[in-house]
Design a protein around this ligand. Sequence first.
Ligand code: RTP
Ligand code: MG
Length: 140
Amino acid sequence: MAIERTFSMIKPDATKRNLTGAITKMLEDAGLRVVASKRVHMSQREAEAFYAVHKERPFFGELTEFMASGPTVVQVLEGENAIAKNREVMGATNPVDADEGTIRKAFAQSIGENSVHGSDAPETAKEEIAFWFAEKDIVG
Ligand code: RTP
Ligand code: MG
């Protein structure tokens, strides 16, 4: 399996509770390497653009308002099978369904305020990385 990159985001519920380090450690312990990272407080407009794929979903307003409600940490993760590995460490979207040992089991508060985001496929990983980072800011 070739080395792959994925996009990860630590959401406002987690930055608020000072969990950036704890979450990053779980990602690193799973074999993922942080090759770019920055803290951003996105605008409502940026949240709507980032989550445009969900714009017809009933939770779109709630989701984008939450994402613009406080700081997030956006990261590029690198490693073998990084997209799937990150999704595995994140756990299920709803913390009630998340497995023991996952980030969402440990920290998520609800299906909406679920602490982390991670790309779900190579194409979305590429788009989401490009949304937040210039190639020169990613140092592998
Ligand atoms: P993500 O995209 O954030 O990595 O999470 P995911 O694939 O597990 O979940 P997805 O279906 O893509 O939904 C994106 C985010 O929207 C919020 N959500 N709220 N209120 C609800 O029913 C609901 N459903 C989803 C979550 O914050 C989810 O991560
Ligand atoms: Mg998703």
